[in-house]
Design a protein around this ligand. Sequence first.
Ligand SMILES: O=C(O)CNC(=O)[C@H](CS)NC(=O)CCC(=O)C(=O)O
Length: 275
Amino acid sequence: MRIALIQLNTGNIVADAVTAAESLIREAAAGGAVFISTPETTHLMEMNRKAVLEKACTQDEDLGLKRFRALAAELGVWLHIGSLITKVAEDRLANRAFLIGPDGEIKASYDKIHLFDVDLGGGEAYRESALYEGGKAAVVAKTPMGAFGLSICYDLRFAYLYRALAHAGADILLVPAAFTKPTGEAHWHTLLRARAIETGCFVLAAAQTGHHATGRDTFGHSLVIDPWGRVIADAGEDVGVTYAELDLAKCAEARQKIPSLTHDRDINVTTVDAK
Ligand SMILES: O=C(O)CNC(=O)[C@H](CS)NC(=O)CCC(=O)C(=O)O
């Protein structure tokens, strides 16, 4: 199965971002990909709540989900939009990923559970929970091409989520992201490889890259990792399309060698005062 990851440098003008994503999705389909994945917040990188509320998309907007659904149907591909900032009610937003089938129908959606509230030092701070509501449920989408476990960006740091997705039958873990530069350099490859190794799943992580219109910098390096933890594609720092071939028999192979998913234990921690 030939897949493609789209690496983007999304700004704060929705029309431009959607056009840029669309042209790379077309290129990926022309290149033979049957499954195409885009990064977190494909259509808008913006942290100001007022601006985000104005530019967020609703289910039936021309410049968002509707356009991507039509595109998936036209190209006859599975299209995973890593996320769209989605208006779920008048004053409420979710950071939501969509899996669209080749018939243009939404097969699954997922709201980011773990929100990025951190202070990185040097003035770099994020309060994602001030913008979005966190999701409440993990999602595995069983498709004719395999079972996809959905997640978004900062979710990557919570190993239990991926273990739960693997136990629920996932073969392929999706981790669309907009990782910061400093945390990407320090942690991105290692965390993604660990998730693949721990679960015996393929990991597909489409990323935002470069300097964005609102002043942020993201790490890039969209990655495809096989179930043994090998990086089989790394997009580097440029915007564009990255291809890989997935053979899902590799999941069973890895799990046969290391059947750790069948060896889970309930852990009781005893804290001793050892002064
Ligand atoms: O809201 C947007 O515009 C796009 N969303 C993001 O950029 C999100 C929330 S700020 N980024 C992350 O979760 C980065 C996680 C990360 O970098 C880490 O875990 O180290």
